[in-house]
Design a protein around this ligand. Structure first.
Ligand SMILES: [Zn+2]
Length: 566
């Protein structure tokens, strides 16, 4: 009997690589009929990038949903959410009441029929460093090429087991102590007297010249941002983009997997934090989303908010103040692979700590007044065990001499929620991920045989799309050469084909979904689309086996086998 999901460790805390791997092994052993996993690639440090496949007969390709998580090393919560989705799907297959009660029967049915690809940890190296040493890199703890002397290297210089911050008094310091919370630093204003502080990461300067202290860029001691390394609108100008798309083994594995899987129609790329779904467009070279797709995105935004309470924003309008986001996974998954794709910022710290959400959304990350910072510091003590803001202690730094160490550790509380929030956040996202299955195109086909005479058989095929999305999924991908329409192949080796074609290109079929705000759905103008079902007829003479195959890259394939003339 499978454990109830609430017992699983990943509902209570962030998980390391060994525990993650053990969870997948247990699932595959206990639920082999609908769960299996394999490695997409090895990280540079030799850890596997696991892919979990959930669904009956995973080799029968059909419209599928992909979820990846934790491509930014410190954004651990995504892994928990990805595992929660897998656990809920398992529970659904096992008819566990807890998950069944949460979802309407129509959605449960679609999810049980569906196919899920879950990549719970894109950067096992990066996450392991965060979990074991508290050391944060953007994506992976490695630096290749372009090594410039005079870079900050994050490390636990005072040996207390955490990597926090260094502060030093300086007349050009940008920070002052918060009047009500002296250990919390806030941006200096013209009204402030000293002391003024400069803030750097806890660590040392590689190649220190004894005088100049470099700016501590997130990518100072690591050089990849996986979410700038995908082959759509890729630009080497962007920090962390790498020397070419797919520069890192981790991103290369995702690109290859995605490009070989045209049947993926929806993709959730999980991050923290913010409490929002981010949809395309991501950059100004593609600053519009296909009109037809936009209506679908708006419809799904309603579904997302119903299940998770999280709003959907446009990346280009709400998230890219200074620099367009180039080479992101979600932009590639939508623009190149034609999936409905979102970057999902889980964990609404703003709501939890009482910080204002600003418009456009990116301003929420940049501007907080002192009252809000007070609220955050008090929330940290009240709800998070005071793990974010630590007091400052004097320390004699081997390079910088008299400094203080303390300040912010963002891993538990800022970037990821306190542990008690893991389960509710993941559960809400999981319900939405399960609901997504009911949006896929759904090819339905059946065959009838009528014996016209003892030797002549008439065979009829009828096919329709009973799904929400069209068989091409998205307007943006309709013109892609790989997004072919439905095709049919007729084979009857022992018979003579008297009428009908052995091959036919049938084009695409609409789905029933029309996106948000359709006048034709309103009582004033109510009307349906026409019916464009496929009907094909063959007449064969003789006796033998007949095989009819119908399908398309995005819908998967149906095979009908029958005997005639016996
Ligand atoms: Zn991220």
């Amino acid at each position: 009997m499978s454990k109830r999901k609430s017992d699983a460790a990943f509902f209570k805390d962030y998980v390391g690589y060994e525990d993650l791997t053990r969870t997948l092994e247990n699932w595959a052993r206990e639920h082999g009929e609908f769960v299996r996993f394999r490695s997409l690639a090895k990280s540079e440090n030799g850890r596997d990038i696991w892919l979990i496949e959930v669904g009956r007969n995973p080799d029968r390709l059909r419209p599928a949903i992909c979820i990846d998580a934790n491509m930014h090393s410190a954004e651990l919560l995504g892994t928990n959410a990805a595992l929660c989705i897998a656990q809920d799907l398992i529970d659904l297959h096992c008819r566990q009441r807890e998950v069944c009660d949460r979802l309407p029967p129509s959605i449960r049915e679609s999810a049980l029929e569906g196919l899920y690809y879950i990549i719970p940890r894109v950067t096992p190296d990066g996450a392991e460093d965060v979990l074991t040493a508290g050391r944060i890199s953007r994506s992976a703890p490695r630096r290749r090429g372009h090594l410039v002397a005079g870079q900050w290297v994050r490390s636990d210089v005072d040996g207390d087991g955490r990597i926090r911050q260094i502060r030093m008094k300086h007349p050009a310091g940008e920070f002052v102590e918060h009047p009500d919370h002296p250990h919390v630093l806030v941006p200096r204003t013209v009204n402030d007297g000293g002391p003024f502080f400069k803030v750097f990461p806890e660590g040392y300067i590689d190649g220190f010249n004894g005088r100049n202290i470099p700016f501590a860029h997130t990518l100072s001691d690591n050089d990849s941002d996986f979410n700038r390394n995908f082959p759509y609108d890729w630009s080497s100008d962007h920090d962390g983009a790498g020397s070419f798309p797919g520069w890192d083994p981790e991103t290369r594995a995702l690109i290859e997997f995605g490009a070989r899987s045209p049947h993926i129609f929806a993709w959730l790329n999980l991050h923290t934090f913010g409490g929002i779904f981010i949809r395309p467009p991501f950059s100004n070279s593609a600053c519009e989303v296909d009109r037809e797709d936009l209506l679908i995105y708006e419809y799904v935004a309603g579904l997302a908010s119903q299940y998770t309470g999280m709003p959907t924003v446009s990346a280009f309008e709400d998230m890219t103040p200074n620099q367009p986001m180039t080479g992101t996974l979600a932009a590639w998954a939508y623009g190149e692979r034609g999936c409905l794709a979102w970057a999902v910022e889980l964990w609404d710290l703003f709501a939890a700590a009482g910080l204002q959400r600003r418009k456009p959304f990116f301003r929420s990350y940049a501007s907080q007044d002192r009252q809000e910072i007070s609220a955050l510091a008090e929330w940290d003590v009240r709800e998070n065990g005071g793990r974010i803001f630590a007091p400052w202690r004097s320390f004699t730094h081997p390079q910088l001499k008299d400094i203080e160490i303390g300040g912010i550790d963002p891993v538990r509380g800022l970037i990821n929620p306190p542990e008690k929030e893991i389960a509710p956040i993941c559960e809400r996202l999981s319900s939405f991920a399960i609901a997504l299955a009911s949006l896929g195109p759904r090819l339905q086909s059946h065959v009838e045989v009528e014996m016209i005479s003892p030797k002549l058989a008439r065979i009829d095929l009828v096919a329709t799309n009973g799904g929400y999305l069209p068989t091409y999924v998205s307007g943006v991908s309709r013109r892609q050469p790989w997004n072919r329409g439905l095709q049919v192949r007729f084979r009857a080796p022992g018979c003579t084909l008297l009428s009908g074609q052995p091959f036919a290109d049938l084009g695409h079929l609409r789905g029933w979904g029309r996106g948000a705000d359709q006048e034709a759905n309103a009582p004033f103008f109510q009307k349906s689309q026409g019916v464009d079902d496929i009907g094909l007829t063959w007449v064969v003479e003789g006796a033998g086996r007949v095989e009819i195959e119908i399908g398309a890259p995005r819908t998967g394939w149906h095979t009908h086998e029958l005997e005639v003339g016996k």
